[in-house]
Write a protein that binds this ligand. Structure first.
Ligand SMILES: [Mg+2]
Length: 223
């Protein structure tokens, strides 16, 4: 994928955490709530960013071996709600709203594919006023690689006309698995070195970098 082709893509699938919203503070609070329940030391923000990975089942098996995933997820939800109740917020990332509005104005189809708890996602998307952008949303997905094929099939999405945007290696791997283009963003949990190792089609600082490329090039040489 080259930037001059970007405006051709009709189907835009977004990850949620670290791609459209900055929810690291709440996710870290929720993770530390889980760790405390099992008598483990809390994890610092940067250590969490360096070590957290998707699918999160593997991450939790490493730090809390043998604890059933549904039990962990229940505690995670409690911790997330507690963080929210204490006043911690998960704001939209800069440029996210402008980007979604541009896509909508160009009649692009927009989807969500996220591992975030489905209840928390539904609530936040409404609170942030952006739920209306999405044709369909898939949240609480443990392994996105399995889900992307189901999405392409269910919504009749042509893979060659579809792009997946995310902030983690698992997002890039998911895009490759589905045969769709991948854009990795440095607005979330993983850094340039980590994401670069997954070889995304594009690796950019944030959505403002690719926003201008949604417009068809005006020069004949670029088309
Ligand atoms: Mg993410």
């Amino acid at each position: 994928m080259v930037k001059s082709r970007l405006h051709h893509y009709q189907n835009w699938i977004f990850d949620w955490s670290g791609t459209l919203v900055d929810d690291l503070a709440m996710v870290l609070d929720a993770t530390n709530h889980v760790l405390r329940i099992y008598g483990k030391d809390e994890i610092e923000r940067e250590d969490f960013r360096m070590s957290f990975r998707l699918p999160y089942a593997g991450y939790y098996e490493e730090i809390l071996p043998g604890v059933p995933l549904d039990e962990l997820e229940d505690h995670f939800r409690e911790g997330f709600a507690k963080s929210e109740a204490s006043g911690v917020t998960s704001p939209l990332l800069p440029y996210a709203l402008d980007f979604l509005e541009s896509l909508q104005s160009k009649d692009k189809r927009i989807f969500i594919l996220s591992s975030m708890d489905a209840g928390a996602f539904d609530r936040h998307a409404v609170e942030l006023g952006i739920d209306h952008f999405f044709e369909a949303t898939y949240a609480g997905i443990l392994d996105k690689r399995n889900q992307i094929h189901l999405m392409l099939e269910k919504h009749a999405l042509d893979a060659s006309n579809t792009v997946f945007l995310g902030d983690m290696c698992h997002d890039v791997e998911t895009a490759k698995h589905g045969g769709v283009a991948s854009i990795a963003l440095l607005t979330g949990y993983q850094n340039a070195e980590q994401l670069g190792a997954a070889s995304p089609d594009l690796l950019v600082e944030d959505l403002s970098v690719i926003h201008p490329w949604l417009e068809a090039p005006t020069s004949k040489n670029n088309s």
